[in-house]
Design a protein around this ligand. Structure first.
Ligand SMILES: Nc1ncnc2c1ncn2[C@@H]1O[C@H](COP(=O)(O)OP(=O)(O)OP(=O)(O)O)[C@@H](O)[C@H]1O
Ligand SMILES: [Mg+2]
Length: 288
């Protein structure tokens, strides 16, 4: 497993310089889907910067455009308007700059490949490594997610939580500057989810990639993130960005029971469950 003590993050987890993570900036992103059903305005105008090594969570009501926004950041969907930057580089609509972790682990693993080949498949075309160097890297990342003994197994021989660990190892073995995650833990049971959240936090602490997580789960957002961006109902605008300010390392049980955690959770739930007219009032009263 990773050594969480290596590399000391600041109390907020945001790194100041020399980190592995990349800075992501989106500027006035808008998206209108056009098709048989007419025009669907999904995102109105969202601007946001994620600092190198920061952990940002994005929450918002179902259907508000969270996945669309993440796919635009990843270059998988072209925005109708606006730009995406990685560092100083304009990467709008250009895939393969960031690694994307999907919710559906069962669909993202190749069933005819064993665990080791699934992990190596992700990075061998990105970096020129000899077969033995690739095997070493694969072994390293499987050890990090606690799956050293399962390299020769096939995905269907693993539990759901173990399969999601493989996708995490595969995502990180590509050593991304930015990891984008769309509801990555929502297909596993509650205890496995808590376990995987701690695993991601340990790996983030060790490797210092920039993390952007889309989630429905307010507890997950507060537990993991430095800042939580709240999107409005569709078409999404950024209604609030909350700095969690919770000390790190976060502790599985104690952090979730702390008064600061509960107060952030309360504030976010109040915001997300508010009816439209109330939600304006919540936004106006908040510090953005
Ligand atoms: N390819 C598409 N073509 C047309 N409309 C789309 C497409 N993808 C998404 N939409 C629409 O854009 C809106 C936002 O969808 P999106 O999947 O981004 O929401 P979401 O916030 O991720 O929802 P959820 O929380 O349920 O995952 C929805 O109204 C959806 O119907
Ligand atoms: Mg979604």
């Amino acid at each position: 497993m990773v050594n969480p003590a290596r590399g000391q993050p600041s109390p907020t987890g945001i790194l100041s310089s020399g980190m592995a993570g990349g800075r992501v900036r989106i500027e006035a992103i808008a998206k209108v889907f056009t098709g048989i059903g007419g025009h669907v305005p999904a995102i109105q105008s969202v601007s946001l910067a994620v600092e190198p090594g920061e952990f940002l969570a994005i929450v918002g009501p179902s259907g508000c455009g969270k996945s669309t926004l993440l796919q635009i950041i990843a270059g998988l969907v072209q925005p109708t308007d606006g730009r995406v930057y990685l560092g100083e580089q304009d990467v709008t609509g250009q895939p393969a700059h960031m690694v994307y972790l999907f919710q559906q682990y069962s669909k993202s693993l190749l069933p005819w490949m064993n665990v080791a080949d699934n992990v190596m498949f992700a990075f061998r075309h990105r970096v020129s490594l000899s077969r033995s160097a690739a095997r070493d890297r694969c072994r390293e990342y499987l050890a990090m997610v606690g799956l050293s003994d399962f390299a020769d197994h096939y995905p269907w021989q693993l539990s759901g939580g173990m399969q999601q660990r493989v996708t995490i190892a595969r995502a990180l073995a590509a050593e991304p500057k930015v990891l984008l995650m769309d509801e990555p833990f929502s297909s596993v049971d509650a205890l496995t989810r808590i376990d995987l959240q701690s695993l991601i936090l340990d790996l983030w602490n060790e490797r210092r990639f920039t993390a952007v997580l889309v989630t429905h789960d307010v507890d997950e957002a507060v537990f993991l993130a430095d800042r939580v961006a709240v999107l409005s109902r569709r078409p999404a605008v950024l209604s609030e960005v909350i700095e969690t300010g919770l000390p790190r390392p976060r502790r599985t049980i104690e952090t979730r029971e702390s008064p600061a955690f509960l107060s952030l959770r309360h504030r976010l739930l109040q915001h997300l469950l508010a009816r439209p007219e109330e939600s304006h009032a919540v936004s106006r009263g908040a510090h953005c």
